[in-house]
Design a protein around this ligand. Structure first.
Ligand code: NAD
Ligand code: UGA
Length: 466
């Protein structure tokens, strides 16, 4: 079966970049990305590539090449579904904020709406692909909805989870470690799997395209994120021990990571992991495990989140303690707000939680981030609902220049590992600040000795306090 037309529901951080790369690599396939968010679709169609809604290195070029040729962004969801042979579902699956499973289970409301919409408008057979990260066994829910349309349309359901990381999405999509495709083991199921394999085979070597049953694929995605996050929590746990023992976490990471069985990646101590997925996916894994009565399994994975929350709180406490146990009325400059470098995404960024704890102690916060807009910082603070949005605007200011942001500050808190922070004129920053001037390096990227030579008091994650 040869796919001629694809529809992707959801034009977010996954749908947009993933479909742009498929369209670039498969010029004979028409790819339409649809969303109910009109502003987002308008931004994807913006002539100026600086205005597309997702910032990712290299993404503008890929979109510019394919858009208008075989890549389209639209709000006409029904039409795109009906035209397509293959429909990807790439909508958000956040943690539930209400009812049964509140705070842990994935909210599948948007997934179900998509399935119902596909069932309602489809007039020809379709392969429906789960691109969103979903609890294991969601495909059976989709199947149940799709098979009860009464329209005689045949649906095959595949799971094709996405493993891209933000900030490196384009390179991850161009050269993935693996593509995972789970599907039914019937003849029709195998044909559907092959149709999707053929799409990726345009640019991904065949030995990197793994096929499994649909449940293995769904569960592998959740657990891949859990394993990655577990490494970060493990190294962050050790970072606290380093601060009491004069061991240095960078040296410990290097020493651990050179064991080829362990490997060097994901061993960078930090103020805590953020992003839209690690926390939500682990909470979901915890919820699923508990729902099968597997309490030891659930407790084991929950500890990864407990450690991460501790790391964020501990960083805020470190700031307060070193500023003589009070930050009331003091200005603290945040360098970075995004949850990692090279993205404008701030979902679950550690910066939001550290800011909240400092505001609770009546600090004033000045934020500089190279890619995050002021309204996003305020939206993040307002979302926490800890204080009124007027108070957030009064005590948090967003500044467009890092040297300006540091003026009159008692401390710098480095929250995101943007490369540009390493190249700053730190003497100039020091000159702009109140003395003693403190730097709290939440990413462990600055040259501690150089900063100390300038006169800063330096407090880095995972090395002993001075
Ligand atoms: P997102 O919030 O950026 O995008 C989702 C989009 O879906 C939104 O624009 C929303 O308006 C749209 N949408 C929701 N319901 C819709 C409907 N019924 N019809 C049309 N559009 C609808 O989310 P994201 O970061 O792209 O994540 C999507 C999924 O991919 C999630 O399940 C996530 O866990 C998974 N994932 C994300 C990443 C990542 O790096 N962000 C990586 C791998 C997997
Ligand atoms: C992560 C996974 O890496 C992707 O494979 C997956 O597809 C994606 O989640 C998803 O399902 O959403 P992402 O969250 O975009 O990608 O970014 P990561 O590079 O994994 O970083 C996550 C967080 O961990 C960031 O806050 C980062 O700063 C932190 N981190 C990462 C560390 O603190 N230390 C490290 O060594 C690595």
């Amino acid at each position: 079966m040869k796919i001629k037309s694809i529809c992707c529901i959801g034009a977010g951080y996954v749908g947009g970049p993933t479909m742009a790369v498929i369209a670039k690599k498969c010029p004979e396939i028409k790819v339409t990305v649809v969303d109910i968010n009109e502003a987002r679709i308008a931004a994807w169609n913006d002539k100026n590539m600086d205005n597309i809604p997702v910032y990712e290195p290299g993404l503008g070029e890929v979109v510019a090449e394919a858009r208008g040729r075989n890549l389209f962004f639209s709000t006409d969801v029904d039409r795109a579904i009906d035209e397509a042979d293959m429909v990807f579902i790439s909508v958000n699956t956040p943690t539930k904020t209400y009812g049964e499973g509140k705070g842990q289970a994935a909210d599948l409301k948007w997934i179900e709406l998509c399935a119902r919409q596909i069932a309602r408008v489809a007039t020809t057979d379709k392969i429906v692909v789960e691109k969103s990260t979903l609890p294991v066994r969601t495909a059976s829910t989709l199947k149940s909805i799709l098979d009860h349309t009464g329209s005689g349309v045949n649906f095959q359901i595949l799971s094709n989870p996405e493993f891209l990381a933000e900030g490196t999405a384009v390179e991850d999509l161009f050269a993935p470690d693996r593509v995972l495709i789970g599907g039914g083991q019937t003849e029709d199921g195998k044909r559907a799997i092959q149709a999707l394999v053929d799409i990726y085979a345009h640019w991904v070597p065949k030995d990197r395209i793994l096929t499994t049953n649909v449940w293995s694929s769904e569960l592998s995605k959740l657990t891949a994120n859990a394993f990655l996050a577990q490494r970060v929590s493990s190294i962050n746990a050790l970072s606290e021990l380093c601060e009491f023992t004069e061991a240095d976490i960078n040296e410990v990471s290097r020493a651990i990571g050179t064991d080829s069985r362990i490997g060097p990646k994901f061993l960078k101590a930090s103020v805590g992991f953020g992003g839209s997925c690690f926390q939500k996916d682990i909470l979901n894994l915890v919820y699923i495990s508990r729902s099968y009565g597997l309490n030891e399994v659930a407790d084991y994975w929950e500890q990864v989140i407990i450690m991460n929350d501790h790391q964020k709180r501990r960083f805020a406490k470190k700031i307060i303690k070193n500023l003589y146990n009070t930050v009331s009325g003091k200005k603290i400059t945040f360098l970075g707000w995004a949850f990692k470098k090279d993205t404008n995404d701030t979902r679950e960024s550690a910066a939001i939680y550290v800011a909240d704890l400092l505001l609770y102690e009546q600090a004033h916060i000045s934020v500089y981030d190279p890619k995050v807009k002021a309204e996003q910082v305020y939206a993040d603070m307002d979302y926490l609902n800890s204080r009124s949005s007027d108070e957030n605007r009064k005590y948090v200011e967003i500044v467009k220049d890092p040297y300006e942001a540091a003026k009159g500050a008692h401390a710098i808190a480095l929250m995101t590992e943007w490369d540009e922070f390493k190249t700053y004129d730190w003497q100039r920053i020091y000159d702009n600040m109140l003395k003693p001037a403190h730097v709290f390096d939440g990413r462990n990227i600055l040259d501690k000795q150089k900063l100390r030579d300038i006169g800063f008091q330096v407090h880095a994650i995972g090395s002993a306090n001075e």
